[in-house]
Design a protein around this ligand. Structure first.
Ligand code: UFG
Length: 323
């Protein structure tokens, strides 16, 4: 199939592009390179540099590519930043996304895979978080993604645009060639690995007084290749659907740090800090629906395997993509 990938130069997008190409698909990447990196775009893909907030950019690119399906990763995705600058999140994630959908409608593209998030749920009433729980986001990032999920329902009803929205939990890990390199790194695993590389002195633990066994937050880390597989399975569906995507396992911040010490063989000094605003204590996915309906099965359940893949990439790319 011909797949048009927005945000294909970013962490998750770049690895999905690689996996799509490996599976024999033809790929056009559309990216403004503000968060992404030119070197993160697989050379077998076509790269169009453009901005979703410019209607003509995305319209011309869609007209040129005329794909069978669109995968949409281009978005801002930091909870903390969204609490300081909500406008950026609503403009890029909602308005930018809307321009993309309108370009698809204009060109007659009917298949869409959306990168959504468990942040659309907010703090859950129970665990694991399955698709039946109410969505009550507590930050503009989660709200922007939920708004877009609602827009998708209407574009399906009115324009017949079929979508699959995948609500990821915590994406982690790397392939041999592509990994996680954010210009400003806020994520736990890459920050810990930077300490192991000697690029930072210590890792901060945000909150040690949560109601969890060791007092630190628990997250459901999903390997990036498993996540990419779910996107490819989503290409084969006929009906629109929402799926939560995680492994169903939970790992605390302290457990992540201990696993990084084991994998890297380095001591990781920690500094205990106050809680980070907007962090729920536990987020664990109920992924029965995606396993049942799409036949998705995560290959990398063990956190040490996920961290090993991330570490191997960081060792080979100590300065990330180097831009
Ligand atoms: N943390 C630390 N120290 C750090 C970085 C993070 O203690 O240096 C803690 C956080 O407080 C949190 C946990 O590690 O408890 C994971 O934090 P991340 O920043 O790695 O990931 P988040 O869970 O905050 O957010 C990620 C994505 C979001 C997505 C969310 C869904 O960045 O886009 O997962 O769970 F919405």
């Amino acid at each position: 199939m011909k797949i048009f990938v927005t945000g294909g130069a970013g962490y998750i997008g770049s690895i999905c592009v690689e996996q799509l190409l490996e599976a024999g698909h033809q790929v056009t990447v559309f990216d403004n390179l503000t968060e992404g990196h030119r070197k993160a775009v697989d050379s077998r893909a076509e790269l169009i540099i453009g901005d979703l907030q410019k209607e003509c950019d995305i319209h011309d690119a869609m007209e040129h590519a005329r794909p069978d399906a669109v995968m949409h990763f281009a978005a801002n995705a930091l909870v903390g930043e969204s609490m300081e600058n909500p406008s950026k999140y609503f403009r890029n994630n909602v308005y930018g996304g809307l321009n993309l959908l309108d370009a698809m409608v204009a060109v007659g593209v009917k298949k869409f895979v959306f990168s959504s998030t468990c942040a659309t749920f907010g703090p859950p009433d129970r665990l694991p978080i399955d698709e039946t729980l109410p969505q009550r986001p507590i930050n503009p990032y989660g709200e922007s993604k939920l708004m877009f999920e609602k827009i998708l329902r209407w574009y399906d009803e009115i324009h017949g645009l079929k979508f699959v929205a995948l609500r990821y939990f915590n994406a982690a890990g790397a392939t041999e060639r592509f990994g996680e390199d954010h210009r400003i790194e806020t994520h736990l695993i890459p920050n810990v690995l930077k300490v192991a590389l000697g690029q930072r002195e210590n890792v901060q633990i945000f909150g040690t007084d949560y109601e969890t066994p060791d007092g630190t937050c628990i997250r459901d880390y999903i390997h990036i290749v498993d996540l990419a597989q779910a996107h490819m399975l989503a290409l084969g569906t006929k009906e629109s659907a929402f799926y939560n995507l995680g492994t169903g396992g939970g790992t605390s911040v302290r457990e992540i740090i201990a696993t990084c010490e084991k994998v890297t063989g380095k001591k990781i000094p920690v500094v205990e800090k106050a809680r980070r605003p907007g962090d729920p204590a536990r987020l664990i996915a109920g992924s029965d629906k995606v396993q049942r309906e799409l036949g998705w099965k995560p290959k990398y359940q063990a956190i040490d395997k996920i961290i090993e893949s991330a570490w191997a990439w960081h060792v080979r790319h100590p300065n990330g993509y180097g831009d």
